[in-house]
Design a protein around this ligand. Structure first.
Ligand code: F6R
Length: 250
C-alpha cells in the first residue's frame, strides 16, 4: 500500500489525475473504473483540462462506474450517469458506447446485476479503479455488512449514507433508498486501485480501514489485501492514518 500526501483537495486531485493520465498514456485502451461524489470532481476537472490541452486522448478508453441509484434514469440530474456526463464524458472524446454505468431504471435487480457482472468480464476487468470512501467505510455502495458481497448487487443504503449524500438532493427524503453497486470482488480484481480522500471528516475511517482489522463491517478494510493500492489524501484526512502507521510500522 502506498500513501501519497497532498496539501489540499486540489493537490489530491492533481496527483490522482496524474496517475490516471499515466495509465491512459501507457495503455490507451485501458478500462477505467470510476467513482462519483465530491472526491473525484477535481480529478475529472484536471483530466478534462489536460484533454483540452491535447495531452490526453480518451478515444480508446472504456469506463465502468461503481454504482447507480436504483430507480433513477440517466437524464435525472441526481443520477450518477448524469454526474459522469457533466463532469467527464461530454467534456472529452470518450465514446458514449464505451461508458458503462448500472441501469438504475432496470428494476429487475437480478437481471441488472447479472448484466453488469457480465459486462465487466467481457471488458476483461478493470485496469485502474478510482475510489472514494464513505464515512462508514463503504466503497462504491458496499455498505458495512456481515459478509463481503462479491458481485454486483442492489443494496439498501444506510441512514448515514443517505444523510451524507443528501447535499446533492433538495431534501434528504429525495435520496433514493437503494442503489446498484459493483461488488468487492470486481473492485479487488482491478489491477490498480487509487483511493482518494480529503478533509478531517475522513481521517477516522481512513485510519480504521487501513490500520484496523479486515472486516466486512468496514468494507474498505479489504483493500489491505490488494497488491497495488495507492491512497492519495490531503493532510487532514491522513493525520490519524499516518500516526497509526508509524506506531505499527506499516
Ligand atoms: C460513489 C461512491 C461512493 C463515494 C463515497 C464518498 O460512486 O462510490 O462510495 O466514493 O460515498 O463520497 P464523497 O466523495 O462524496 O465523500
Amino acid at each position: 500500500m502506498k500513501i501519497v500526501r497532498a496539501k489540499d483537495y486540489e493537490g489530491m486531485s492533481r496527483k490522482a489525475a496524474n496517475l490516471i493520465s499515466a495509465q491512459i498514456i501507457l495503455k490507451p485502451d485501458s478500462v477505467l473504473g470510476l467513482a462519483t461524489g465530491n472526491s473525484p470532481i477535481g480529478v475529472y476537472r484536471q483530466l478534462v483540462e489536460w484533454y483540452r490541452k491535447g495531452d490526453l486522448d480518451f478515444s480508446e478508453i472504456s469506463t465502468v462506474n461503481l454504482d447507480e441509484y436504483y430507480g433513477l434514469s440517466k437524464t435525472d440530474i441526481h443520477s450518477y450517469a448524469y454526474f459522469m456526463e457533466e463532469n467527464l464524458f461530454t467534456k472529452t472524446n470518450i465514446l458514449a458506447e464505451n461508458t458503462h454505468i448500472p441501469n438504475g431504471l432496470n428494476l429487475d435487480e437480478l437481471a441488472e446485476c447479472s448484466n453488469y457482472n457480465q459486462l465487466i468480464q467481457a471488458l476483461g476487468g478493470i485496469d485502474l479503479q478510482l475510489l472514494g470512501i464513505g464515512h462508514n467505510g463503504h466503497i462504491g455502495f458496499n455498505e458495512p455488512n456481515e459478509a463481503f458481497e462479491k458481485q454486483t448487487h442492489c443494496v439498501k443504503l444506510t441512514e448515514r449514507t443517505i444523510k451524507a449524500n443528501a447535499s446533492f438532493f433538495a431534501t434528504q427524503e429525495d435520496v433514493p433508498k437503494k442503489a446498484y453497486t459493483m461488488g468487492m470482488k470486481s473492485i479487488m480484481n482491478a489491477k490498480k486501485i487509487v483511493l482518494i480522500a480529503h478533509g478531517e471528516s475522513k481521517a477516522e475511517i481512513l485510519a480504521l480501514a487501513f490500520t484496523g482489522k479486515i472486516t466486512p463491517e468496514v468494507p474498505a478494510s479489504i483493500l489491505q489485501l490488494h497488491q497495488d493500492v495507492t491512497i492519495i489524501a490531503d493532510e487532514a484526512a491522513l493525520e490519524l492514518l499516518l500516526k497509526n502507521s508509524k506506531e505499527s510500522k506499516i
